[in-house]
Design a protein around this ligand. Sequence first.
Ligand code: CAA
Length: 295
Amino acid sequence: KKPAGAPDKSLARPVTKVGVVGAGLMAGQLALLFARRLEVPVVLTDLDQDRLDQGVAYVHGEIDKLHGKGRINSDKASQLKALVSGSLSKDAFADADFVIEAVFEKMSIKKQVFAEVEAVVSPEAVLATNTSSLSVTEMAADLKHPERVVGFHFFNPVAVMPLLEIVRAQHTDDATLATAFATAKTLKKTSVLVKDAPAFVVNRLLTLFMGTVLGAIEEGTDPEVADRAVAPLGLPMNPLLLTQLVGPAVALHVAETLHESFPERFHVSEQLRAVVDAGHTELLNSDLTLKDEVR
Ligand code: CAA
């Protein structure tokens, strides 16, 4: 069944090579998914050789895990590893027809990345962003071809979470959107079309939920009690573990973006801000109790 709002699939353009900007955790997960499902070359790029090497090593490690679990045979593992490479230069994207960025969540950086990518790719190449909460329209505003920009928002862990939010920005054309939907289908994700509004749909809900729990903790509720209180909801992960999985900095960024747009509705946890300012990425001990340093 055609997803609601998806243009006719005959408009979709083929994707024969993928570029991934950034070599962090999300980027590595994306590179693996694209290589595995689209079976096309995937090039990762980053500004820093060490991060790039770590990104490619992460992907190769995940391929080994899939092989170890018997999900893919050794030929497939070698084939996938050969598909994923790293390059410090965006020139490696010259013949890519789908480029997705997963860099730091800052508008000026995202805009610069898209300008640099646009300088090397063809005018039809799709430029996708995995942003959690920033405006896709604004990200595309200074480009020569803003019509090829689309939001392609995945959830962590990318390999497991079935949903993909596809964001139509102000200028996104039907061919770009059709390519996004067709690509999502090949990636075996369930795609939903969402408006280009702060934090789209899922992160608004998650931020309200996580913000409410963090607010209760800030007001004195014991974190373990807060976790036990939401356990009957049957969620796969407790809110603090989810904050850790998403990354405290990303969770804070989403909350801040929403607070800016809707100050009455979204509260930013001072405790979360303090945790991020102190550079903590791990919130919980292995027994899922809160680490002393973030209490
Ligand atoms: N990378 C790759 N695979 C992973 C993984 C990871 N980080 N974490 C878990 N998996 C895989 C495991 O390998 C396992 O696969 P197999 O069946 O092939 O062995 C499978 O997922 C299930 O894992 P586990 O059995 O270890 O654990 P689980 O049943 O508790 O599931 C979970 C783990 C899927 C992460 C589950 O806890 C869950 O769904 N949590 C909620 C995640 C969520 O809500 N994510 C959205 C965050 S919001 C976001 O990302 C958007 C944003 O913009 C901030």
